[in-house]
Write a protein that binds this ligand. Structure first.
Ligand SMILES: [Mn+2]
Length: 294
């Protein structure tokens, strides 16, 4: 299959970014179909010109496509992710339902420890995903943030963005843990993103390593209908992009995941296109960042 037109590196050594797919959706609670996102994103990428929306040429920013994780077993995913973290490249994981962030976080934490950094989790999502148990499972796509806390991310180093769909247990958990930063979609829509950016700037220090987890349902369903749990009154896609690029540009993001794109539920592939265009903006942003650092 032709994919990532003019962007593929010759080998992993010459790559700036490593992409890996998690084609699994067995822990999605409502709509299924995100297992097909890695394939669909690669397929559409064959037609996308390798330029940012402002015309930044990213052909000299090679990426390596590792392919898909071969097993949906969490411990095997953690092991495979650990070997990818050792490459010291920007890692981009493509889900899959959001439960597959659960096995990635321990690999991130281990890497941060090795680098003597404090791990930070930034979670962009319509939902907090901080349930302890959901539909009888600790490994539901409603649980990744809670499992990240179990794995060792300190609650004060968690920032949730775009939230507007709470479970009762999540409301109680936030009452017990006011140190967790929650930026509701309603506040961002009313007041803009300045206060959020000021909060994120606290992580603009060398001591922090960031994992950015992006659930496409953070966007309003009018921008991203193709997802399992569409949630009304969400962020406009340009605002979500601005937040993501600001995080990528300013913070030390070691890895990112892009979850819950569900091609079978989509309309004219607009959700997959949104995901793909976001990925290319991130590449351009990383390229510019590298240029400034040099
Ligand atoms: Mn989620």
């Amino acid at each position: 299959m032709k994919k990532f037109r003019d962007l593929l590196a010759k080998d992993i050594e010459s790559a700036k970014v490593i992409i890996a797919g998690l084609p699994f959706d067995d822990h999605a609670s409502v709509g299924k179909g995100s297992a097909l996102a890695p394939l669909k994103i690669r397929k559409l990428s064959a037609d996308l010109p390798p330029f940012s929306r402002d015309g930044i040429d990213i052909r000299d920013f090679p990426i390596f496509d590792y392919g898909d994780f071969s097993s949906n077993d969490f411990s095997e995913i953690t092991l495979a992710a650990q070997t990818l973290f050792k490459r010291e490249r920007f890692l981009l994981f493509i889900g899959g339902d959001h439960s597959y962030t659960i096995p990635l976080i321990p690999a991130f934490i281990q890497d941060a420890k090795k680098r003597k950094k404090t791990p930070v989790l930034i979670h962009i999502d319509a939902h907090p995903d901080i349930c302890d148990v959901y539909h009888g499972s600790m490994f539901s796509h409603a649980c990744p943030v809670r499992r990240s806390i179990d794995a060792g991310i300190k609650t004060e180093n968690i920032v949730l963005i775009g939230i507007r769909g709470y479970e009762a247990q999540e409301v109680s958990y936030f009452k017990e843990h006011p140190e967790i930063s929650v930026f509701n979609a309603s506040t961002l829509l009313k007041d803009g993103i300045d206060r959020l950016l000021a909060r994120l700037a606290q992580y603009q220090k060398d001591e922090y390593d960031v994992y950015l987890s992006y659930d496409i349902d953070a966007n309003d369903p009018s921008y991203a209908p193709g997802t399992g749990t569409p949630e009304a009154f969400g962020l406009p896609a340009p605002m979500t992009l601005e937040i993501i690029l600001s995080i990528i540009a300013k913070l030390n993001v070691r890895a990112m995941d892009l979850m819950e794109v569900a091609p079978p539920l989509d309309t004219n592939d607009v959700t997959t296109w949104l995901a793909l265009k976001t990925i290319y903006e991130i590449f351009a942003c990383l390229k510019e960042k590298e240029k400034t650092a040099a």
